[in-house]
Design a protein around this ligand. Sequence first.
Ligand code: FES
Length: 104
Amino acid sequence: MRTRIASLSEIPPGGTKEVAVGDQVVAVFNVAGTLYALDGICPHSGGPLAKGRLSGDVITCPWHGWQFNVTTGHHCLAPRIRTGCIAVTVEGDDVFVETGDPPS
Ligand code: FES
């Protein structure tokens, strides 16, 4: 399901945004002008990744400090731990994500 989630101007370089798409929380990150999106719920214990600190392409979870590369979803120290990547596209000033179908 393709969903418009924001205007590009709402997520400037270095910025993050958390949005709910159906029952999924999506974290969007702007790394030097390129947008990336991950499952917004930290796989450690459910922290809100988009509310963490973004440094370059690394997001630090605000709850216990786990760090993920936002371009791959991999934990920075334990790459076998991974959060899901979500396709994000920009058309003009509109930002879209591609998520699973909503529950029927
Ligand atoms: S919930 Fe994210 S590091 Fe613990």
